[in-house]
Design a protein around this ligand. Structure first.
Ligand code: 2NE
Length: 270
């Protein structure tokens, strides 16, 4: 399989194959921990995916066979956040979480090793997770002076239930891929050498499905947890669909033609 580079970055690889984008965190020396620049690059890549009509699915993974992502890079953890090259402390991984949820296309985490701390949250936030047999999952926040009480807690609890979510966060234990699958936070476990193939196969299957149906399903499933924000995204897409109808065009045409709109011609379905 020949992955074509979409854009060159420092901390990530951003590639394309058959309508499937692949974002690979490329910092294996720190088990793919992220620093502010890593998140900025992933956010920009997600924005590119959003705009491009030829991309329908994203695979998110880590370089090598040791880690998917080990969370925030402890080497640059400062006072008030993770400190970027500009000297400013940030917690911009939360902006990446928002991008993943807003993206009207599915994001599949391919967990190829440790998904720990903020790296665990990252897979939780993705729409689907496929894990390799060597993957290990867990939170470390209360052990290392951190926590994610956002999607990393509430959305995790939707996957595994409140008791398990509290166990995962309060005890900071590690779990095998099989345990994670049993808990309901992983869709499928495969051998490491099959991980990318499986992800591409899932991506290709999704690409054969109706993009509008996939989009509205993601919106609806998000809205259940996301409150007014989720409703806003759902409503925005309802407006987009309305703009595809003659009824919405009639309003605009009447305005431009300086006449009253003729909405009576449109059906009032039961
Ligand atoms: C991932 C884990 C369990 C692996 O353990 P092990 O024993 O297999 O490997 P080792 O030797 O700990 O790690 C390998 C290399 O990667 C670096 C290590 O320092 C080590 O480097 P060298 O000594 O070989 O030079 N490394 C691993 N994780 C790193 C990290 N996060 N930052 C910088 N370097 C890292 C084990 O390594 C581990 O527990 N890692 C730390 C996980 C962690 O606590 N992450 C931060 C959680 S907080 C967070 O991510 C967060 C949040 O909670 C809320 C918002 C935003 C972020």
């Amino acid at each position: 399989r020949k992955w074509e580079t979409i854009k060159e970055y420092k901390d990530i690889k951003f590639e394309l194959f058959d309508g499937i984008a692949k974002i690979t965190i490329n910092r294996p020396e720190v088990y793919n921990a992220f620093r502010p620049e890593t998140n900025m690059e992933m956010i920009e890549a997600m924005d590119i995916v959003r705009e491009r009509q030829d991309i329908g699915v994203v695979l998110l993974t880590g370089e090598g066979d040791k880690a998917f992502c080990s969370g925030g890079d402890q080497n640059v953890k400062g006072v008030g956040g993770y400190v970027g090259e500009d000297g400013v402390p940030r917690l911009n991984v939360l902006d990446l979480h928002k991008r993943i949820r807003e993206l009207p296309k599915p994001v599949i985490a391919l967990v190829n090793g440790y998904a720990i701390g903020g790296g665990h949250v990252l897979h939780v936030v993705c729409d689907l997770t496929i894990a390799s047999e060597n993957a290990r999952f867990g939170q470390t926040g209360p052990k290392v002076g951190s926590f994610d009480a956002g999607f990393g807690s509430s959305y995790l609890a939707r996957h595994v239930g409140q008791k398990k979510a509290r166990e995962i966060w309060f005890l900071c234990k590690q779990y095998t891929a099989a345990e994670a699958e049993q808990m309901g936070m992983v869709n499928k476990v495969v051998p490491l050498e099959s991980l990318e193939d499986e992800g591409v196969e899932w991506g290709q299957t999704i690409m054969m499905r109706s993009p509008m149906a996939i989009r509205m399903l993601k919106r609806g499933l998000n809205a259940e947890l996301d409150g007014q924000r989720g409703l806003m995204e759902f409503a925005g897409d309802a407006t987009m669909m309305f703009y595809l109808m003659e009824e919405a065009q009639e309003g605009k045409k009447a305005f431009l033609e300086k006449r009253d709109p003729d909405f009576k011609q449109f059906p009032k379905f039961p």
